[in-house]
Design a protein around this ligand. Structure first.
Ligand SMILES: [Zn+2]
Length: 116
């Protein structure tokens, strides 16, 4: 459960991604997003300072783990392959259900997951 998330409305959780102007309420205060936008980048993969203090200070452990894994991989293989591989990664190996980053259990077959 996220802090202060007990009374979220549909509007609060609508999200069209980091690069859009319609973001999940917590993400509208994201330092990483603001930093890349100021530098004119679409992501940390374009930044010579990665991994910087913003990454070190990122408060969600799973998010930080994924950033530290995924950004170097994106640099190595390019954005298209990176997107395809990230999508393929977040599939339940037991039943094929699509799951979210940070999922610890498949919401369909209930098997334990560690995909991040
Ligand atoms: Zn499953």
């Amino acid at each position: 459960m996220l802090p202060n998330s007990e009374n979220l409305s549909i509007k609060d959780i609508r999200c069209r991604g980091c690069l859009s102007n319609e973001r999940f309420m917590h993400c509208s205060q994201c330092e990483i997003r603001n930093c890349t936008k100021e530098k004119g980048y679409t992501g940390c993969h374009q930044c010579d300072e990665f991994p910087c203090q913003h990454i070190d200070d990122f408060s969600m452990a799973v998010g930080k783990k994924v950033i530290l894994r995924a950004v170097p991989y994106r640099r190595e293989v390019g954005t298209e392959k990176w997107v395809l591989d990230e999508e393929a990664r977040y599939i339940c190996p037991a039943c094929g259900n699509k799951v979210f980053r940070g999922a610890v259990k498949c919401n369909q077959c209930k098997v334990q997951l560690n995909l991040d």
